[in-house]
Design a protein around this ligand. Structure first.
Ligand SMILES: C[S@@+](CC[C@H](N)C(=O)[O-])C[C@H]1O[C@@H](n2cnc3c(N)ncnc32)[C@H](O)[C@@H]1O
Length: 196
């Protein structure tokens, strides 16, 4: 997955990393910033996505599509597709450009919608990366866990840097008998849950 990343994907990753780093320094508003995962988190979620059982792959919170590029590598590896949801017009436009420039339209579908309504109640999710506004994490957790196939994986970003806000969901997951869960200290902290 990581030793032969196509040049088009590498280039778009580097461009988005530059934009993200610049945004964090120059006073760009929180809503406008890309707020991407760091590369090591990208590799981590790609490894887990490539290890997930067959089923639907989804991402909640595409932003400009940076994390979706890492997940595209996993999808190609295991011959699956991912649907990524994004609510903001400007981010959707950037994510569209990312998919086109990186040439990952074969494995990444972008849906311009509030994921909470667009996911629906279709069971069979085998991988979900949750990386949206922290206030909706609990709601998303409760919606996704029943839809996961056995062995299905849910990863929630920001489990350490937004630990206080996410504490209700994290406590719920760690005590939830439907999943095995752990907070992994990589990047901003990843809550990893595997459906039993
Ligand atoms: C932290 S950023 C995602 C970063 C992205 N995963 C990456 O690493 O490249 C969060 C994104 O979630 C989007 N978002 C927030 N609430 C959402 C919702 N209910 N449905 C879909 N997208 C949402 C925001 O507009 C924002 O672009």
């Amino acid at each position: 997955m990581f030793s032969d990343i196509p040049e088009t994907i590498q280039k778009r990753m580097k461009d988005l990393e530059r934009i993200d780093a610049r945004d964090r320094m120059d006073g760009t508003t929180r809503l406008e910033r890309l707020r991407q995962i760091p590369p090591e988190t990208g590799k981590f979620i790609a490894l887990l996505a490539a290890s997930a059982p067959p089923g639907r792959y989804i991402e909640i919170g595409a932003s400009a599509g940076y994390s979706a590029l890492w997940l595209a590598l996993a999808c190609r590896q295991v011959k699956r597709k991912i649907t990524t949801f994004e609510i903001l017009d400007r981010k959707v436009e950037m994510a569209r450009q990312t998919i086109e420039m990186a040439g990952v339209g074969d494995v990444v579908e972008l849906v311009h919608a509030d994921a909470r309504t667009a996911i629906g109640d279709a069971v069979g999710i085998s991988f979900c990366f949750l990386d949206a506004e922290k206030e909706i994490y609990s709601e998303c957790y409760e919606a996704i866990v029943p839809l996961l196939v056995p062995g299905g994986i849910l990863i929630a970003d920001n489990a350490i840097n937004h630990e206080e806000t996410l504490r209700p969901m994290i406590s719920r997951a760690l005590a939830d008998e439907r999943v095995d869960a752990l907070v992994v200290p990589i990047g901003k902290g990843e809550l990893v849950c595997r459906k039993i």
